[in-house]
Design a protein around this ligand. Structure first.
Ligand code: SF4
Length: 398
């Protein structure tokens, strides 16, 4: 299959409609870029059944693309770029476009949502993924390096399951460096290395991850996701000052004063940061076993926006952070197909690459049996409701 064509004023077919595939944040950027070119899409297309309109434009379901095989379809997603492209090719859609040139334009930041601003700052990831699209390389849009189980908040509904840790610990990062090196060696490209917890600044050694990988040519950018409650120490601040390092602060409206203090320090130190306000989350449900059928697991996984959220936890690479924590908590059995054990790898490099590609090709995880599935169909709940004690749960002998 061929590569997509970069959408410009000259490359699309003016007699056919323009459809933006992806009614989310990249869809917003695509819409703004088209607006700058004086163009309006006819439709957005998205798997979400609840979204009927986006920017006042109708949202159609992917099944409806059968009637638009000649349309100009613009793929507005980085995480799922390859999946969407393959699906459109299977549906015999003839004119597939990417946003690489559109993202290179000077887009109106004042019109962007906070999330779109973050993505626009990180547009290199999308562009590089597009460039590497048909080489069969091992590419990760993001890998989350989990540095701690500890968090400074106690959220009842944390989708990464922090509320279940009875005695949360920081991870000894040096112990897992070699395993992560092994992963980076096999990967051809990692668009974003995300440092994550719990609350990553709880682990005073977290700056080491930036120091180790900042200059690695395979890693495009490093970001840290924090709740903004902790001003990190000087050694971490020094690492955060490096170029291509960004801090993302989640503001749940319950720690505004602490966030202000953190932001003030970041301003003084010239650290690049974004603050995003969350009033609601999608309910991913408890850690309980759900006994889904295979078809149900495929369905829930296929709709999940975390399904490419690769998480590296204690030397293992999981397909999603929730499964990583569910296994770490012994809340589900140790299902070897759901991860690649880099710490204890004793095969050849070729076998490892094959194993990593096979993880990328998974269409469901056993871990999905312990999840309500974060997608646009699940119920919205207030973000970051606090509890006083960890939730007691049943552990499984593995
Ligand atoms: S549905 Fe599956 S892939 Fe998605 S968050 Fe839940 S466990 Fe992870």
């Amino acid at each position: 299959m061929g590569n997509t064509v970069s959408f410009t004023k000259d490359t699309y077919n003016k007699d056919e409609p323009i459809i933006i595939y992806g009614a989310s944040v990249y869809g917003e950027l695509a819409y703004l870029a088209l607006e700058r070119l004086g163009l309006t899409p006819t439709y957005f297309c998205d798997r979400s059944k609840s979204k009927k309109e986006y920017f006042g434009i109708g949202v159609i379901n992917p099944d409806m693309l059968e009637d638009f095989r000649e349309a100009n379809i613009l793929i507005a997603s980085a995480d799922f770029f390859h999946e969407i492209k393959q699906m459109l090719e299977e549906q015999r859609c003839l004119h597939l476009f990417d946003m690489a040139e559109l993202l290179d334009m000077d887009l109106p930041r004042e019109k962007m949502s906070n999330r779109a601003l973050e993505m626009y700052a990180n547009k290199r990831s999308y562009i590089d993924i597009v460039k590497n699209q048909s080489k069969g390389d091992l590419i990760f849009n993001r890998i989350q390096f989990v540095v701690t189980e500890r968090c400074s908040l106690k959220c009842l509904d944390c989708s990464h399951l922090m509320q279940y840790y009875q005695q949360p610990q920081d991870f000894e990062l040096c112990k897992y460096k070699e395993a992560f090196d092994c992963l980076v060696e096999q990967a051809d490209y990692i668009a974003e290395l995300r440092i994550l917890g719990g609350e990553p600044f709880m682990n005073r050694d977290m700056g080491k991850v930036i120091a180790w990988y900042h200059d690695n040519r395979k890693i495009q950018s490093i970001s840290v996701y924090t709740n903004g409650t902790i001003v990190p120490g000087e050694d971490i601040l020094r690492e955060l000052q490096k170029d291509n390092v960004k801090v993302h602060i989640s503001n749940y409206g319950i720690n505004e004063e602490q966030i202000k203090k953190t932001v003030k320090v970041f301003e003084e130190k010239n650290i690049e940061y974004f603050v995003r306000r969350y009033d609601s989350w999608q309910d991913t449900g408890s850690i309980a076993y759900r006994n889904y059928t295979l078809e149900e697991k495929k369905e829930i996984f296929g709709r999940c926006f975390e399904r490419n959220g690769y998480a590296f936890l204690k030397g293992k690479l999981y397909r999603c952070p929730r499964v990583a924590h569910a296994m770490n908590l012994h809340a589900m059995p140790d299902v070897k197909e759901d991860y690649v054990d880099l710490l204890n790898w004793n095969g050849t490099k070729e076998e490892l690459k094959k194993q990593l590609k096979s993880l990328q090709g998974r269409l469901w995880l056993e871990g999905c049996n312990y999840c309500g599935g974060p997608d646009n169909h699940t119920q919205s709940i207030p973000a970051a409701r606090q509890i006083s004690k960890p939730i007691v749960y049943e552990t499984i002998d593995t």
